[in-house]
Every structure is written in C-alpha cells, then in structure tokens.
Write a protein that binds this ligand. Structure first.
Ligand code: SF4
Length: 338
C-alpha cells in the first residue's frame, strides 16, 4: 500500500490524537504523547526528503509508525516494493530478517533497521549450520529432498534452501516443486497447514512464532459464543486447532484485502495486534475484534529510533555477498514457481 509521504493534517498533534483515538487505547495515545509523535513525524518527513529515503513498515508495527510509512505491508511485499522505487536509503520498520530481505533484493541501497534488537523467535529457531546437518541426514533417506524456507528466516538460512515461500504462497510453492519430499523450515504450524493441502510428504522443523502459537481454540470459541456473526480470519502461523475454527486462513496482506472487499462488517483478526490497529485506522466503517497478542520484537521499533536512524544513518544491514546471492536465488525461485 502506497502512503502519501507529504505532510498531512494528521501530522498535526490534535488531528493525530483524534485519529489514534479510534484504537481505543487512551492510556498510550494521550494528547501529550501525540504531541511528541507529531514532532518526530515532522522531523522524519524532512529527513526522508533530504536523504532520498523510504520508510517501509510491516503490518505489525506501532500505529504511529504508519504515519511516516511510504509503504505498509508484509515483509516480502515491502522488500519487492523497494526494488521499484528510486530511493538511496530504506528504513525498515520491522524485524531483522525483514530488513535483510530488503537488502537481498536491493543490494545497491542502504538499508537501516532502527533497533538491532528487533529479532524474531521463529527466524532464530533455525541456523544455516543446523539446517545443513538435517538436510544431509534426510537426504540419506529421501534423495529427492527439497528445502523450502519460509521468508521468516535469516539470509544464510535462505541461502542454504532450495526455494523460499510466504504464508500466502506456501502451498502453491510446495505443490509446484518436482520433489516429493519437503523439509519445511522453520514454522511447524505453517508446515502442518501445507501438509493438509498437499499429497507430498512435508517434514516440519521444530520452530514456531511465539505470538501465534500461544493463541488457543478456547479464546476463539469464547469470542464466537458472544459474537456468533463475526468472521474469523486467522494467520497460518496459528496452531491447527485454531485454524480449524477460522472462516478464512490467510496472510496479513490477504486479511487487509479480504476485509476491504468483503460484504461482512465485523471480523475477529487472529494474528499480531498491529494488523488490527492498521485495519481499525484504514477501514473505520467496519469493526475489528482483536484475538491477538503483541510481538515484543515488532514493538521494539519506535518513532524516536526511526528518527535517530535517519539522523545518524545508524544500524545499517550488511550481508556477505555470497550469502546475499544464495538467498536471492532462493527468493527468485519462489517468484518463478509462484
Ligand atoms: S510475530 Fe512472530 S514471526 Fe513475526 S516477528 Fe514476531 S515472533 Fe517473528
């Protein structure tokens, strides 16, 4: 989604306060906090012009970050958007592996991550070394084994894989491969979802997203009991017993599209809370209930750190060129097969 980066009335503290009041979080979005945000927003917009920079924001970011974003979307969507835009600098408001993906696809651009502590429990559950060992073991049993890496992986894990996939195209990619045996890394829940939609043998890695994995069927059933008419949209990183209760299983960008086009007016959004905030701000005529949890990594990125990253050009993502090319090959194969 393209956001107008010119100063808008929303940058004014009062209109920002009114706008963020829609989120129903009066403790966080006080008039005083919004005045502080408005100052940072004005500075970031000026620095973007001076440095020819873009701000890319993942769907799970804090709502005030959306105010300075040139694009909002899921990780790969954002990295690919950046290839089509003439900018020298990309400030990636998301987590580390996402900033790496932006660098993999935009090697000539400077990519900054406002806070280097912003990691990911899922990406950290697999390393290139452990993957190489497991792949070698399994190839003894299944010589045709292919490794499919979810984009929520580090660049060196992507480089060790045959092809990447997203939550939106995982089933399609696995089915398009000529191989019958698939080692799917790192999300066990997405692997289980893929297994239900293919006749191939999918071997899951032992990893999960701590945010989605903690959502239980009981939580969904409790909301459905009170609001039986609500449409349940769930992310495939959720457990199988949660997905079984959903009306639709889709990626975060799929949810935005679905909610905007659907004739239904009320939704239970089963993913990280930031997406519900985005939907509440963009589709005020519809109602969104949050059966969601916060991702502590995503919320490490703040407006103040985004301003500081642009001021001092700090926390640049640097990749070994051989790793970058290996990861780029796995992403390119995904685009071919998808
Ligand atoms: S929501 Fe889950 S997959 Fe996304 S960054 Fe947080 S821990 Fe990682």
């Amino acid at each position: 989604m393209l956001i107008d980066s010119k100063p808008t009335p929303e940058a004014d503290a009062r209109s920002l306060y009114r706008r963020l009041a829609r989120l129903g979080d009066a403790h966080t979005y006080t008039a005083e906090a919004c005045a502080g945000f408005a100052g940072d927003i004005a500075t970031i917009r000026r620095l973007k012009r001076e440095r020819n920079a873009l701000v890319l924001a993942h769907n799970y970011q804090r709502p005030e970050i959306f105010e300075v974003a040139d694009f909002i979307g899921d990780s790969l969507e954002l990295a690919r958007k950046a290839t089509k835009v003439d900018a020298d600098v990309i400030v990636f408001c998301g987590v580390h592996f996402m900033a790496e993906s932006a660098k993999i696809l935009n090697p000539e651009k400077t990519v900054l991550l406002p806070d280097l502590r912003a990691g990911c429990s899922l990406a950290e559950s697999v390393t290139a070394e452990r993957l190489a060992e497991r792949k070698a073991e399994l190839k003894q049993i299944y010589p045709d084994l292919a490794v499919v890496a979810y984009v929520n992986t580090t660049a060196d894990v992507k480089a060790e894989s045959d092809v990447c996939c997203t939550s939106a195209n995982a089933v399609k990619i696995v089915n398009a491969l000529p191989n019958r045996h698939i080692l799917f890394v790192p999300d066990e829940n997405l692997a289980s979802y893929v297994q239900q939609n293919t006749d191939k043998k999918v071997i899951a890695w032992d990893g999960n997203c701590y945010v989605h994995h903690q959502i239980t069927p009981e939580e969904i059933l409790a909301v459905k009991a009170k609001l039986p008419h609500v449409k349940v949209l769930a992310h495939p990183e959720c457990r199988a017993d949660v997905l079984a209760l959903a009306d639709a299983v889709m990626s975060t960008s799929g949810m935005v599209d679905y909610a905007a086009k659907s004739a239904d007016r009320e939704f239970l959004v089963v993913t990280e809370c930031g997406l519900s905030d985005r939907l509440l701000l963009e589709l005020p005529e519809k109602k969104f209930y949050k059966a969601c949890k916060l991702c502590r990594y995503m919320k490490m990125i703040t407006l103040a750190d985004t301003r500081a990253a642009l001021e001092s050009m700090r926390h640049e993502i640097v990749l070994d060129e051989q790793v970058r090319r290996g990861a780029e090959r796995a992403l390119a194969r995904m685009l071919e097969l998808g």
